[in-house]
Structure formats: C-alpha cells, structure tokens
Design a protein around this ligand. Structure first.
Ligand code: GLN
Length: 193
C-alpha cells in the first residue's frame, strides 16, 4: 500500500516518518500524478488556509476532493482535520475545505491562553500523550461520525478531538510530533485495510 502525504505546507515530513516507522511506503504528494499513484492520503498539520490555497494553485483541490468522495482512506491531523470537515466555524473569509466528514469544526478553538498544550487521551484502547497546537475541536457531528477521543476544555465542556466517518479519520492533535505510532497504526490497520 502506498500512503501519500500532502506535501504543500505543514509537518508532512513528520507524517512520512511515522508512515515509514509503521513499515509502509509513504510518498510526498504535490502533483496529480502522485495522487493517482497512492492508495491513501494523509493531510498534515500546518495552516489550513495555506494548504487549501496551495492545493488550488497546484491543481490538486478538485482531484483530492474527488478521491475523498470516491472512498480513498484519508487521515487529517489538526489543519488536516479542518480540511476534512464539511463545515468550519471561525474560518478565514472564504476558507475552503475538501470536506467529506459530516461535522462542524471550530478553528483555533482552544483559545489564545492555551494555544499549545498536551493531554493524555484514550484512543482506541491506547493511552497516548496528545500535542495540541492552535488546534480545532469538533463542535457538532452528523449521525455517521464516530467519536474516538474527547477532551474537556477550560470552560468544562467536552469536545471530540478524534473522529472517524467510514474511510475518513481526523484528529485535532498531532501524533506525528510524538513517537507514539498508535494513531498512524489505527489509520493503516483499521481505516485503510
Ligand atoms: N490553526 C491552524 C489552522 O487553522 C491549524 C494548526 C495546526 O495544524 N497546528 O489551520
């Protein structure tokens, strides 16, 4: 299986390393021919507006959208979660997403004082240390979306931070920045295969 990592902006190198550490082939995606060649896709953390604009510039936007709606297994972390959401609150004016997941995410949801933090989460029977950097949370989900992990914000409200809808997986946090491969393994073993 070839796992493409969208390599326009953000921490794609860390995702590629995690894919390799899981024993799978990972390829950087910057062209449609490379996208055509891969069986699954990871959209990294970074800046969702920049990734969307660059995907337009590189003529990748519509092809990615089509592959996602045709069933290609896709995982998005942080900015990647935003890009997989059908609806965004607090997005930039005119901000576009690939969509596919029937959910509303709130961009930069955890607020300025806690722009970055770590939390211990349970994720599919693993306990992992999750790194959040100007992260979104999931505000509302449709019926087909399964919640895998949640965190409780400073105001005491619990929000999903890892969600799955069939072939699509999204996390608010960045497993690619830790040495824990649980989320990448889950994507490869449970979502892709
Ligand atoms: N806040 C960023 C955005 O809106 C996401 C941050 C991240 O990926 N670490 O795209």
């Amino acid at each position: 299986m070839k796992i493409g990592v969208l390599a326009l902006q953000g921490d794609f190198r860390e995702h590629l390393k995690a894919v390799h550490d899981c024993g799978e082939e990972g390829i950087e995606i910057r062209r449609t021919t490379e996208l055509d060649d891969c069986d699954a896709l990871i959209i990294p953390g970074g800046e969702s507006t920049a990734i969307a604009l660059l995907a337009r510039t590189y003529d990748l936007f519509a092809p990615i959208q089509k592959r996602i709606s045709d069933g290609m297994p896709t995982y998005g972390s942080c900015a990647g979660m935003i890009l997989l959401a059908d609806r965004v609150i607090d997005g930039a004016p005119g901000q576009e997403t690939f969509g596919g997941m029937d959910m509303t995410v709130r961009r930069n949801a955890f607020g300025r004082q806690v722009d970055s933090f770590e939390a211990t989460l349970s994720f599919a029977s693993n306990s992992l240390n999750a790194v959040f950097i100007r992260a979104p949370w999931v505000e509302e989900i449709g019926q087909g979306v399964e919640v895998i992990s949640s965190v409780t914000s400073a105001s005491g409200v619990t929000h999903p931070v890892a969600v799955r809808q069939k072939h699509l997986l999204a996390t608010s946090f960045h497993p690619e920045l830790t040495h824990d491969l649980a989320v990448h393994r889950y994507f490869i073993d449970e979502v892709c295969k």
